[in-house]
Write a protein that binds this ligand. Structure first.
Ligand SMILES: [Zn+2]
Length: 314
């Protein structure tokens, strides 16, 4: 460069040379780099619903590739990719969360679902983070029998929640019991051993005051969600009736690989989402981005997820 006039380009080149100068300074002026920690979430979030305290527990999270092989089996790639792009999420991978919920009604501690299995199940670690021990859990409610919901029932062959009684859907239990498949076998190890401590219920039955089972068949034959009501406030524990905050809400009729009866699951999803939107009722979605709490807004032919902010923290 022969031209000594300071141009924008030469000014930028000058700036680029600065790090060389900095690296020539004595090493003791630099701090050691902090370690990279990896993607993480807080393990629990607690909020109020009337007189209840509700805590969502992050028992695990995982990235899965090719979400179009899970959601939208009945639509083409272009439609799927457009839905992902519209929502600012990738079309080739999705992050799933596993979120049991524990409710303190004031007289009992009720845990909904138990997450994945493990030497120390994720639900136990998350409970500890939230300030609870497994022996404080009075009741364990199972929404359905998929392994990511019943996996924490037993630890080392013993009940993880030693003082708990159990509430289980009658239809769901009877459908899987004795089945010679993955779920039947998982249930043999995780649920059948506590059968004599379980109460078997139907949709419409109460778990305890203010907690009612709601029919949500389709994802599995006896899948149920649970409506909480305290002090005039309501919240739905949606379990797996809607499993993705975009694909399940914007496109409730999309077929989902995990749904046993795809048409029934879609009808259930639309019915519950319509009710949540009309009632402006918050919900917790078991597989939704942590803390898994949000609202449903009607949008076009489908719905839109509105993550909760501080509505239930006052
Ligand atoms: Zn699930």
């Amino acid at each position: 460069m022969t031209d000594v006039t300071i141009t924008r380009r030469s000014a930028l080149l000058g700036a680029a040379a600065l790090p060389l100068v900095a690296s020539a300074l004595p090493a003791n002026t630099a701090q050691a780099a902090a370690p990279m920690m990896g993607v993480d979430n807080t393990p629990f979030a607690r909020f109020k619903l009337g007189e209840f305290e509700v805590t969502t527990l992050l028992a695990g999270a995982a990235v899965r590739e090719e979400p179009h092989k899970i959601f939208g089996l009945n639509v083409d790639d272009t439609t799927f990719d457009k839905a992902a792009e519209d929502a600012f999420i990738p079309n080739d991978m999705a992050r799933f969360f596993f979120t049991p919920t524990v409710v303190n009604t004031g007289s009992s501690l009720v845990l909904f679902d138990t997450g994945l299995p493990g030497d120390t199940p994720g639900v136990v670690s998350a409970l500890a983070g939230a300030g609870y021990t497994p022996d404080q859990v009075d009741t364990v409610v199972l929404t359905h029998m998929h392994p990511d919901h019943i996996g924490g029932m037993m630890t080392g062959g013993k009940p993880t929640f030693p003082n708990a009684s159990y509430v289980i859907g009658d239809t769901e239990y009877n459908f899987w019991k004795g089945k010679d498949n993955r779920i039947g076998k998982m249930m043999d190890g995780m649920v059948v051993p506590i059968e004599d401590k379980a109460k078997f219920i139907k949709p419409g039955d109460e778990v305890t005051g203010g907690i009612t089972a709601v029919e949500a068949f389709g994802h599995t034959p006896g899948h149920m969600t649970f409506q909480l009501e305290s002090g005039g406030q309501n919240l739905m524990l949606m379990a797996d009736a809607a499993n993705h905050y975009v694909f399940s809400l914007a496109h409730p009729d999309w077929e989902v690989s995990f749904d046993a009866d795809k048409a029934a699951a879609a009808a259930t999803r639309r019915r519950l989402l319509t009710m949540l939107a009309e009632e402006r009722m918050p919900f917790v979605g078991y597989h939704m981005p942590f803390p898994a709490l949000g609202y449903v807004e009607k949008r076009g032919e489908g719905f839109h997820y509105v993550p909760a902010s501080y509505q239930l923290e006052m």
